[in-house]
Design a protein around this ligand. Structure first.
Ligand code: SF4
Length: 396
């Protein structure tokens, strides 16, 4: 069943849905929403030799010319993932004396890592994994929840597509946890990779640089967004940095200006430590790629993991280097990745707490921080799979 769901998620599937939609009676048509990840946008921008804002505007025009109604940016939903992760960490920090598995908290945004953890280490690892949904799945909840309400449509009348840097996001979207039983619809109906967007452009005979830029859509209405934003802390979303700064302030009253990473065995395993008077207050790490993840798991199993939080990502170098990204022609992979990184970091870095639209949604739609609805909409759970590790589409 999993492979059927995955094969349904492709650019060909999106084209089929758009064709059916055009032919359908007005009261049966679906509202088609595409949510683009900032990592995919940076990869497309590098390939097309454009800035990221131009890329976003031209991609919006292109997708709308195919019959898409709204094009959103998952940087918006990432604000919720970061805020919830920050708060979850502080909650777990306070619980560490009575709950031995409250810490370290392990990141949950990478489905490559989650599948590996569930299938290989099952019930041992699960309690450590943050319950906060990834930006893709928060976007799914916002589009099929809040946005559907705004449009006066049931969730199954919206077809929601995401554009992602990796194939494992297709697996994530297919999880039963993200299926709405009442309306028999998934929060994210179809995931296409950055490379598949390029195929779509080629298939339509369109060169993105030649497309006219269109206005960007915003989920909360009002004036169209005229600029993009990003989050500081690297191409995998900046989880470590956001949680570290928040925890330092909230738990110890320490304002962190800049964060010093200390590379350990390699550049994909780095540590950050907060000390006061020689006493370690917080010790965080990022562990990218399979070898570093295995190392981390071994440390945990031996009870020798010194960290309070670990940003775990399956791909070496993280999401900007995901298996679904576009390979640039004629450049070495290192230069290529640096170029994508520069583009990814080029928009203004926003602070999730200061995003007014996010604050509005917490207040008026979710019923406040930490409400029952916020917990239901923004968190998920994991399931031990007692079988051998299956092949994953990630660059181990
Ligand atoms: Fe996907 Fe790789 Fe990012 Fe994990 S690290 S979410 S597998 S691109």
């Amino acid at each position: 069943a999993e492979s059927v769901l995955i094969s349904q998620q492709s650019h060909e599937e999106l084209c089929k849905v758009l064709a059916l939609n055009k032919a359908a009676a007005a009261n049966e048509q679906k509202l088609v929403v595409v949510s683009v990840s900032p990592q995919s946008r940076a990869s497309l921008a590098a390939r097309c030799k454009l800035g990221v804002l131009e890329t976003a505007k031209k991609l919006t025009t292109f997708l709308k010319s195919l019959g898409v109604h709204y094009v959103f940016d998952t940087t918006f939903s990432r604000n919720f993932s970061l805020l919830e992760s920050q708060r979850e960490f502080v909650r777990r920090f306070h619980k560490q004396a009575e709950d031995k598995k409250a810490l370290p908290m392990l990141a949950s945004a990478c489905p490559g890592w989650i599948c590996y953890a569930e299938k290989t280490h099952g019930s041992f690892i699960i309690p450590y994994i943050s319950t906060t949904k990834s930006p893709q799945q928060v976007m799914g909840s916002l589009v099929k929840g809040y946005f559907a309400e705004q449009q006066h449509l049931p969730p199954d009348r919206i077809y929601h597509v995401t554009v992602m840097p990796c194939y494992d996001k297709k697996l994530e979207a297919s999880r039963p946890d993200f299926f709405n039983q009442e309306f028999q619809t998934r929060d994210v109906d179809c995931v296409i990779t950055t490379g598949e967007v390029l195929k779509l452009l080629e298939q339509e005979g369109v060169s993105l640089p030649d497309v006219d830029p269109g206005p960007l859509d915003t989920m909360l209405g009002g004036a169209a967004a005229e600029e993009l934003s990003t989050h500081r802390g690297g191409g995998s979303g900046g989880y470590l940095e956001h949680i570290y700064r928040h925890a330092a302030q909230e738990l110890f009253g320490i304002h962190v200006d800049s964060i010093q990473y200390k590379p350990l065995k390699n550049k994909d395993f780095q540590e950050v430590t907060l000390e006061r008077d020689g006493v370690v207050l917080l010790q965080f790490a990022l562990a990218y790629g399979f070898r570093n993840i295995q190392n981390l798991v071994q440390k945990l199993k031996r009870g020798k993991c010194p960290y309070h939080y670990v940003e775990v990502m399956a791909c070496p170098s993280g999401c900007l280097n995901g298996g679904g990204q576009i390979k640039l022609e004629g450049e070495s992979s290192k230069e290529e990745l640096q170029q994508v990184e520069r583009l990814y970091e080029s928009p203004r870095a926003e602070i999730p707490e200061e995003n007014q639209a996010v604050g509005e949604l917490y207040k008026h739609w979710l019923g406040g921080w930490g409400s029952e609805k916020a917990l239901e909409v923004l968190h998920t759970e994991y399931h031990a799979v007692e079988r051998a590790n299956t092949a994953l589409n990630i660059k181990w």
